[in-house]
Design a protein around this ligand. Structure first.
Ligand code: PMP
Length: 392
């Protein structure tokens, strides 16, 4: 039976990690894997999280089961950061903890399907797992172009997609810090998108995986909030794996906004049933650590400072790259200063990407995606010189 299975292609980024590890050059640069790095190239545990974890070790008196909704204290503590003054949706909003943002996206798509959604519109390129999840859950993916060659979002393509959508369609949108392009919608775009979604009445699934890594905690979710006050119903997938540095602990949340408060319990009960069938309940530790941070003023302040430091560092790298626009003509580096988050896409050919790796020890995804946080004061000039070399 099992020998009927066809071999699947290995994850391209994992292969890149291996190649990078085997490269003996001291000045090699890893721009592949999507994790934040400090100026020293490390991905440390946040100090606020360390302190919260210590508190959990000292005070947690049971590891007995929770329900499929996980740590509701965590889910509630995150709400003000994500939804702000949620007056427009108060009473129609409920959330649950999920295994990472991936679990939340999966649950959103599965719930949409259970409610009758048959197709999901997806801007491309996107995080590769989006398409995999849609396929695995069993809904059709309909793609539209996310970005223009000039480095801005192709909002017209999105609005046209919404206008032509069917009633039983949903649309999956990145809330901020688009992966892989770093190209987000402007405030004006979000206003038009929200109106189009409300007019058409199709279900938005909003994926917020890099909250606070773009322009700021409030700024990064302004677009999501613009949509939520306009549309009758929506699903939001949230990840704490980047903004709390919890990657392997798998911390996410899934929020449902219903048409009416009376309709909410049935929706939540379906999400609970799907969660039970998928993972029964989410892993507790990371969510409990985030709750501990957010329920303590001192730890919250420390977390906000750590997040500010990350964001400021990435903005500095982006500014340095943008200032080098003339050194590598054709790559439109200037736009990197306008874009957000961990990622940017450079319009490099396959040959140029191979040359960067072989001649300069610079490792990036085959798509031309770079992790901006792989650069720092000590290697950015080297990276720019290498770009100048391969684009000469
Ligand atoms: N959505 C997007 C757009 C992402 O880039 C990611 C993470 N790479 C996720 C969701 C999932 O995040 P997590 O690691 O928390 O599962």
């Amino acid at each position: 039976m099992l020998d009927q299975l066809e071999a699947q292609a290995p994850d391209a980024l994992l292969a890149l990690i291996k190649m990078y590890a085997q490269d003996p050059r001291d000045d090699k640069i890893d721009l592949g894997v999507g994790v934040y790095r400090t100026n020293d190239g490390a991905t440390p545990v946040f100090r606020s999280i360390k302190a919260a974890e210590q508190r959990l070790v000292d005070t947690q008196d049971s590891k007995s089961y929770l329900g499929p909704e996980g740590d509701t204290g965590f889910v509630d503590a995150m709400k003000p950061y994500l939804f702000g003054d949620d007056a427009g949706i108060r009473g129609r909003l409920e959330g649950m903890q999920t295994p990472g943002g991936t679990g939340a996206v999966r649950l959103a798509v599965a719930l949409a399907k259970a409610a009758g959604v048959t197709r999901v519109h997806l801007g491309v390129p996107s995080w590769p797992n989006h398409a995999q999840i849609l396929r695995d859950v069993g809904v059709e993916t309909v793609t539209f172009r996310h970005a223009r060659a000039n480095g801005t979002a192709d909002t017209d393509a999105l609005l046209e997609t919404i206008a032509n959508a069917r009633e039983t369609d949903a649309i999956l949108l990145h809330g901020c810090c688009h992966n892989p392009t770093g190209i987000d919608y402007t405030a004006d775009d979000w206003g038009r998108i929200a109106k189009a979604l409300a007019d058409k009445g199709i279900l938005p699934i909003l994926d917020v995986a890099y909250h606070g890594l773009g322009q700021g905690l409030e700024e990064d979710v302004a677009g999501v909030r613009t949509v939520l006050v306009k549309v009758p119903e929506a699903l939001v997938a949230y990840s704490c794996d980047k903004n709390f540095g919890l990657y392997r602990d798998r911390v996410g949340a899934f929020y449902m906004v219903a048409r009416s408060s009376s309709g909410l319990p049935a929706i939540v009960s379906n999400a609970n049933a799907l969660a039970r069938a998928n993972w029964s309940m989410p892993p507790d530790h990371g969510g409990a650590a985030v709750r501990t941070v957010l329920c303590d003023e001192g730890l919250t302040t420390q977390w906000l400072e750590e997040l500010d430091e990350m964001r400021a560092r990435m903005r500095r790298v982006r500014e340095r790259l943008a200032a080098a626009d003339n050194e590598a003509p054709g790559l439109n580096l200037a736009m990197l200063g306008e874009q957000n988050g961990l990622f940017a896409m450079l319009p490099l050919s396959k040959d140029q990407i191979v040359k960067l790796r072989e001649d300069h020890g610079i490792y990036m995804a085959g798509s031309g995606r770079i992790n901006v946080a792989g650069l720092h004061a000590g290697n950015t000039d080297q990276f720019i010189a290498a770009l100048a070399d391969v684009t000469r």
